[in-house]
Write a protein that binds this ligand. Sequence first.
Ligand code: ADP
Length: 487
Amino acid sequence: MIRVLFATSEVYPLMKTGGLADVSASLPEALCRLEYDVQILLPGYPDALRAARKAGSRRKARFQLGQYNVSLWQTRLPGTAVTLWLVDCPPLFDRPGNPYKNEEGKDWWDNAHRFELFGKVGAMIAMGEAGLSWRPDLVHCNDWQTGLIPVFLEAYHDRPGTVFTIHNLAYQGLFSHETFRALALPDSLWNLEQLEFYGQLSFIKGGLVFSDRITTVSPTYALEIQTPEFGNGLDGLLRHRQDALTGILNGIDNRVWNPEEDPELSFHYGRNHLKNKAQCQAGLQQELGLEVNGGPLLGFIGRLVEQKGVDWLVSVMPRLLEQGCQFVVLGSGEASYEEPLKRLARQWPGQMSLTLGYNEGLSHRITAGCDLFLMPSRFEPCGLNQMYSLRYGTIPVVHGVGGLADTVQDPQEVGIDKATGFVFTGANADSLLAAVNRALQVFEKRKQWRRLQDNGMAIDYSWKQRARTYGDLYQRILKERDQQQLD
Ligand code: ADP
């Protein structure tokens, strides 16, 4: 049985700011079902440690790393049989709220130290130096927070295999040269081919340069990041490593996201009995103080940041509201995006609802209750909400980039019989508006709309097949490592 240490800074339901948390829960679980021994490594955030203690979990190792006392707690990811290791180091991880930012929304001043220590512990476990009886054959790293693990492991000839998954290339873990020196990394790593990125230390480069394989969370994103437009300055490196780079589409947790038995919904429905979807819509409209009028109800859920195309959304909303559309927006993020949304909500009471903040339950009810779900992301490594929407018979309107292009089929491309949603290709608000209007025209033709819903709901978005693809990749990496160690 292949043993894998899955290192991540977020895992649902213990800590979540975005899609990384969903993937870090469902992929390891799916792999465990395929008989891989995947164990998760997570920083010991207060809620996670509390849950572990409550579940009667035990401390399995204790050691000193520099000035810090570190313990490793072994527990299970709630609701699963997956083993979870928590890196308990209170001075670095015992902080409330967001894992990367303080209460004012600023990055913690010592993020480099926090995730250096996390990476070091990951490397120690990988090399059997952390005092655990378990040692992995392979380490699966995720995003910049784990980027130093492959760097630390590079020093060992008999290291496990490594794979680094890019969930979002725009977040790179950049720090000053001073910080680089303070981390006591070997000076020899400070060069353009390794950890330096335009005069800064780049954690993500560690993962991209030193891992055996790199993956992205959709095939199209794997291609896009090799271009200057989407490469965030790393396209050259990624082109150089293209033989090691593949895209594997994310799946979704079919049990958490299932309109047939979603506990967040008062009414349930499915592919062959959609009637109750209208009840879900009416319930949502009532919950949010919107007029109950049969739609069209348009939804958006996500971080209110530039990536998500919130400015395009804001600029098309007045026109659509005037046409009689209703809007439900759930998210939080930058003030420059929150403010115009607040203004619109004030101007259009009963027709536009804005909920600022994070609300898991409401996100399910929006996914179920809306007719259309908008994702005008400028770029989107995979995107989960469009898949949740498809599963819930809610038609996505998306910008044709990254995972959105891989998961939504437009009638203009494949015909109405095969289509699942609407895709626009121009990176601007007008293209978004045109796509929404095309969607609204089909909305009036109930039979065609029903066809789109049915097509989307028929697709299997589960992790099963996709986890198998990761499993095949793990096996390939281990074979290559064996070969290298023989050479
Ligand atoms: P990203 O990781 O870039 O934020 P994804 O689409 O991959 O985007 O994943 C976002 C995840 O976070 C989804 O599960 C989405 O439903 C959830 N989400 C984002 N914002 C909120 C919010 N305000 N309330 C509830 N869930 C949210």
